[in-house]
Design a protein around this ligand. Structure first.
Ligand SMILES: NC(=O)c1ccc[n+]([C@@H]2O[C@H](COP(=O)([O-])OP(=O)(O)OC[C@H]3O[C@@H](n4cnc5c(N)ncnc54)[C@H](O)[C@@H]3O)[C@@H](O)[C@H]2O)c1
Length: 251
């Protein structure tokens, strides 16, 4: 029970990788807040049924007031915030397209959710973590930013931003014993990705060919790295980007 008495916020925890992360942190003792723009109540109920504490809070991470309210609700319900996992993103719903076909409005929304969202969430939890002199922030980035994957330029740019934010925030928050790291998944068969036929056809086999461990990746493959970075064992690890992709990119 590594996270006994600790409180974790996982954004985008209604499905996929975020849900798997929330379930893992809860199974190791954390009270979890599932902050998702969609209804995560069923996930919270499943977690509560396992004996852990969980709260679903409807949140748009790109909306400042919504994020502030979510963190207030977290502190009201559980008294503190130890862990923030910035997982929410426009991800599995992406339509692959040449960059010329991406509109300025789509570009803006992508950056707002995938890069500004983690900024807003980090800013909202920072005072609580500073007061506690303890915090773990884990950003979920993407191997596409290392590889320069084509046909999703707005997404790749947003994940590149999140990688550099990880390093700069680690420098700003470290003196208060708050670590900031990132996990960079490779192509992972989340429920959303399994439903996206375009992604499956383009990436599933192609991703396997690039891997040292040549098999599919699943949400369950990602959660151990996140739990490690959120744990006491990672107290002296900060500003790092850990690729969890079957050994596809070395950086
Ligand atoms: N699955 C992959 O192949 C893969 C690869 C690399 C990185 N990632 C990253 O891992 C994370 C999860 O991936 P996934 O495949 O589970 O994604 P997904 O698209 O299936 O799930 C994303 C979740 O975020 C939520 N969300 C979207 N916009 C939101 C907003 N504005 N506010 C709050 N919640 C919002 C969605 O409702 C959903 O629950 C994402 O950050 C993604 O970029 C995924």
């Amino acid at each position: 029970m590594r996270f006994d008495q600790q409180v974790a916020i996982v954004t985008g925890a209604q499905t996929g990788i975020g849900r798997a992360i929330a379930e893992r942190l809860a199974s190791e003792g954390a009270a979890v807040v599932l902050a998702d723009v969609n209804d995560a109540q069923p996930v919270a109920e499943t977690i509560r049924a396992s004996g852990a504490r969980a709260l679903a809070v409807r949140t748009d991470v790109a909306n400042e007031a919504s994020v502030v309210a979510m963190v207030e609700q977290t502190v009201q319900a559980f008294g503190r915030v130890d862990i923030l996992v910035n997982n929410a993103a426009i991800a599995a719903t992406i339509e692959l397209r040449p960059f010329e076909q991406i509109t300025a409005t789509e570009w803006q929304r992508m950056q707002n959710v995938n890069a500004m969202g983690p900024f807003l969430c980090t800013r909202a939890v920072a005072p609580h973590m500073r007061q506690q002199q303890h915090g773990r922030i884990v950003n979920i980035t993407s191997g596409t930013a290392f590889k320069g994957a084509p046909f999703m330029l707005d997404y790749v740019a947003s994940k590149g931003a999140l990688m550099t934010m990880t390093r700069a925030l680690a420098r700003e928050l470290g003196k208060d014993f708050i670590t900031v790291n990132a996990v960079s998944p490779g192509y992972t068969l989340s429920e959303g990705n399994l439903a996206n036929q375009d992604f499956l056809a383009t990436y599933r086999e192609a991703a396997i060919q690039t891997r040292s461990v040549p098999r599919d990746g699943w949400p369950a493959d990602i959660v151990g790295a996140v739990a490690f970075l959120a744990s006491a064992d990672a107290a002296f690890v900060s500003g790092q980007i850990l690729a969890v992709d079957g050994g596809s990119v070395y950086h």
